[in-house]
Design a protein around this ligand. Sequence first.
Ligand SMILES: [Mg+2]
Length: 227
Amino acid sequence: MTTKIAIIDDHQLFREGVKRILEFEKSFQVIAEGDDGGDAVKIVNAYDPDVVIMDINMPHVNGIEATRELVEKFPETKIIILSIHDDENYVTHALQTGAKGYLLKEMDADALIDAVRVVADGGCYLHPKVTHNLVNEYRKLTAGRSGGGTMVQTIEIRRPLHLLTRRECEVLQMLADGKSNRGIGEALFISEKTVKNHVSNILQKMNVNDRTQAVVVAIKNGWVEVR
Ligand SMILES: [Mg+2]
């Protein structure tokens, strides 16, 4: 099955680059392009893409406003933000409007293809750096909740050894730390392919669709350190 993709970004060269990367993947087809958030509704109406890749900074209507409008009018269309901004403010806004992915323009081509695949399949995909910022934000939000005033909250980490191997626990912790597959591989002296295998085993054992969900579940259960 073909995944139909639209790219909305105000820089033509950038759109060209993204298009070329995506079309390496046989099952992807870039069917439309736009250079402003103001064209988003028109494009989705005319071409009915499965996935829209959306910049944030554009001259007339920004990508967050455009995402909000698209989610309202076309709830089936999945939107991935692809921006240079990694601060929580942008990320939180984008996710609140209903974007299913948040990527950074500094990412590599393989990860972009992965992200589109995950989102097209109904999952969420955040750039590792973005995950890390969100985890920090979560920590700030929950720090005051124990009612301990200025007391520092100590959380006991219970590694999920009933479910995962020791190595998988390490990888899970690194996902929460916001490391990419390459970063995890370098830290553990294993290949990126081995990291990918660990990640897919973790997702399967935890019964979640994507690495973002895995991190959320792990934090909720106190399986990882939020640092
Ligand atoms: Mg731009």
